[in-house]
Design a protein around this ligand. Structure first.
Ligand SMILES: NC(=O)c1ccc[n+]([C@@H]2O[C@H](COP(=O)([O-])OP(=O)(O)OC[C@H]3O[C@@H](n4cnc5c(N)ncnc54)[C@H](OP(=O)(O)O)[C@@H]3O)[C@@H](O)[C@H]2O)c1
Length: 275
């Protein structure tokens, strides 16, 4: 009998790397997807997909740059076909809340791969420590086209715990859609205050217009298409549609999600926000 294999597309990403560490700890055979590893995995090169998925029973699907971006649904449909052909029976997809484009991606993958588990997430806490909001935190100004909306920020460690549960127990989860949120609604000004408290520095939130955000992102070096896509995405999902909590972390894990304050305190101790 062969050992069941779990493959993680984007296994070096914020969530994928955390899932990989948990599978390692559990002694689950897994393959980390990366453009730099062998077999390589690259969303822009479909010839890498089948060799990467070959032999897997479970696949964790993370699409970059964003499941809601134009073209992602077509990619999901094609990747789902590969999963079905390669005999994958347990597909878990990382998705975003309140994104019509991401829902199309979910549907496209399920259409070709068969039943999947969808893990839709709120804004990651780690956007402020491992991603595009790290530099703004270091600079002391978090400028976003998000107005005064409140968001239930979630810790990527909680997401990874849920994903591992879904990968490990398909009988309990396959076919379900979970919406993961943190335990509280916070405005971006609340986040800035918490980050100021834990770092001992002045960090402010600056609401900006969507066009100004896109222009600044282009000035910072992002390709124009991506800058506008991100600006529109952030603007659309911060219109209040996601400003509510769900019980799904507790439902899957039997414990409440981590607070932003706890994430911020732990992360500050790591030194990542030291200038
Ligand atoms: N951030 C949020 O707040 C949020 C909220 C809800 C949902 N989401 C969803 O989360 C997903 C992103 O997950 P994440 O934040 O964990 O990932 P991530 O940290 O953004 O992933 C970064 C990794 O992507 C890999 N990568 C870049 N281009 C690639 C390509 N062409 N093919 C394959 N891999 C590539 C790179 O790894 P290598 O260099 O090793 O290849 C890089 O290390 C998106 O679909 C987004 O919609 C995000």
């Amino acid at each position: 009998m062969t050992t069941p294999l779990t493959s993680l597309t984007v296994g070096t990403g914020k969530v994928g790397a955390r899932v990989a560490r948990r599978l390692e700890h559990l002694g689950v055979a897994h393959r980390i997807g990366s453009r730099a590893r062998r077999p390589a995995f690259d969303w822009t090169d479909a010839s890498t997909w089948a060799p990467f998925v070959a032999g897997s029973t479970s696949v964790f699907v993370t699409y970059v740059p964003d499941l809601g971006f134009p073209g992602a649904a077509d990619t999901m449909a094609a990747f789902g076909e590969v999963c079905a052909t390669e005999g994958v029976t347990n597909v878990v997809l990382l998705s975003g809340r309140g994104e019509p484009g991401a829902v199309l991606g979910e549907q496209a993958l399920a259409r070709t791969a068969g039943p999947i588990t969808v893990v839709r997430c709120a804004w990651f806490d780690q956007n402020f420590s491992e991603s595009f909001l790290l530099q703004p935190v270091l600079d002391g100004v978090i400028a976003l086209p998000a107005g005064d909306v409140e968001e239930p920020f979630i810790d990527a460690d909680d997401i990874a715990d849920v994903v591992v549960a879904c990968l490990s127990e398909p009988d309990a989860h396959l076919g379900n859609t979970y919406e993961l949120t943190g335990p509280e609604l916070l405005g971006f000004d609340d986040v800035a205050r918490i980050l100021s408290d834990v770092t001992g520095r002045s960090i402010a939130y600056l609401p900006v217009e969507v066009d100004d955000y896109a222009a600044a992102a282009v000035d910072a070096g992002l390709p124009a298409a991506d800058a506008h896509a991100y600006a529109e995405l952030f603007h659309s999902i911060t219109d209040g549609r996601n400003a509510h909590l769900t019980p799904d972390v507790d439902k899957v894990l039997g414990r409440p999600p981590t607070t932003f304050e706890r994430f911020a305190t732990t992360t500050a101790a790591s030194g990542i926000w030291d200038r």
